[in-house]
Design a protein around this ligand. Structure first.
Ligand SMILES: [Zn+2]
Length: 398
């Protein structure tokens, strides 16, 4: 795992160096924002031109160094240090200066070791080009927290930790996903069903749900996996709505990650489309590749793929009582969002938003509730057949 992380970091460096080549006239940073979310802090720089950058991780003391090429040092950047909150979990302070001709250096002094992700977003609506730096806790620091939590729970015999389900509403923000003929957007339908599923799960005595997003905003695919792992999820369920050039295409399907490749041409096509969510969101492919590479490097996927297939089968069975099935078996494809190495993960294509009939149903709150209920019933069936698969039991047995 550590070896994989090191290699990943090298690749991030390489990508950063490559993306920094090429020359541009000096551009202005129009806006510089920082906000801490629950599990990461996001720094966003916005400008009219794409921002060329290079990111370095430095230890003793821990800091991130972000070099911006051909950028003017004007007000938005100068004010950035004053925008760091004292309670920011990761950033102690920010310093900015001219490093050498043509390069502005931003130094983030850190409170702890971090795992940064950097990507760029293309202009959309009122937003310009954005360079986004997400600062996550470093993986081994995260593991330390996890094991500490487990140690705290293990000595209480008979009182298991609830099963944690990560519910992922597909797409969001500037990535609307697919859309229906009557104007419904996949990102809204998925959020509505995800919220219903969360409420139903939270009503169960021994289950708890977390949403990877609870609003209309964009999260890169890998960020969703990181959130699920941070929450120590036992399962990951990503909610989507399907689309096809053919209006007649209809029905539900369930996907699990494939080790080798897609089980069908349709599955391959779909994986490409869902993965392109990051591209639709405007993430630069050259910077995105390392994330995919990182997720591919994970080691313990085989076990969770067979668990994912079992979970998928149970969910598909329940969906079949609500909706025709688009495919009668769990399909497998290389979805980036399913690549949590140790969490059984499925992607549910609830129905076809491109089918006017199914679009109407997807917009209907009673149907959304039934859909959420069917997914929950599938999850419950999975755990009733495979009780040892809940992480809480693993913890109890240690
Ligand atoms: Zn989707």
């Amino acid at each position: 795992m550590l070896e994989a992380l090191k290699r990943w970091k090298l690749m991030v460096f390489a990508a950063a160096v490559f993306s920094a080549s090429g020359s541009h006239a000096a551009s202005r940073i129009d806006s510089a924002r920082i906000w801490p979310a629950d599990d990461y802090t996001r720094l966003t720089l916005e400008s009219k031109e794409p921002i060329q950058q290079k990111l370095l991780i430095i230890e003793n003391p821990d800091r991130l160094v972000l070099d911006l090429e051909d950028v003017e040092l004007d007000d938005a950047l100068k004010q950035l240090p004053s925008r760091v909150g004292q309670d920011d979990p990761y950033i102690k302070a920010i310093r900015i200066g001219r490093f050498k001709p043509g390069v502005i250096r931003i130094v983030l002094d850190l409170k702890t070791k971090v795992s940064p992700e950097i990507f760029s977003l293309k202009p959309v609506a009122e937003y310009g080009n954005r360079l986004v730096l997400d600062i996550y806790p470093k993986e081994d620091a995260l593991m330390h927290l996890v094991s500490k939590d487990k140690a705290g729970e293990a000595p209480k015999p008979g009182k298991a930790r609830p099963i944690v389900i990560a519910v992922d509403a597909g797409h969001g923000g500037e990535d609307p996903g697919a859309h229906g003929l009557h104007g419904s957007l996949e990102k809204n339908v998925t959020l509505a069903i995800a919220r219903r599923l969360k409420s139903l799960i939270d009503e169960e005595p021994n289950m708890h749900a977390m949403l990877t997003r609870d609003g209309d905003y964009f999260i890169p695919l890998h960020g969703r996996v990181v959130k699920a792992r941070t929450a120590k999820a036992d399962l990951f369920v990503s909610i989507h709505a399907d689309a096809s050039p053919s209006r007649d295409a209809r029905g539900s399907s369930v996907f699990a990650l494939s080790e080798r490749g897609a089980t069908s041409v349709a599955a391959r096509w779909l994986a490409r489309r869902e993965n392109e969510s990051d591209l639709i969101g405007g993430v630069d492919l050259s910077v995105k590749d390392p994330y995919l590479a990182k997720t591919l490097l994970d080691l313990s996927q085989t076990a969770s793929i067979s668990d994912s297939l079992r979970l998928g089968k149970d969910v598909l069975h329940e969906l079949g009582s609500l909706n025709p099935l688009h495919s009668g078996m769990v399909e497998q494809a290389g979805f980036a969002v399913l690549k949590a190495p140790d969490i059984p993960s499925i992607l549910v294509e609830t129905a076809f938003i491109s089918n006017p009939d199914e679009e109407r149903r997807l917009d209907d709150s009673a149907y959304q509730e039934k859909m959420a209920r069917a997914i929950l019933d599938g999850i419950k069936h999975y755990f009733s057949q495979n009780p040892a698969l809940a992480r809480s039991n693993l913890v109890m047995n240690q």
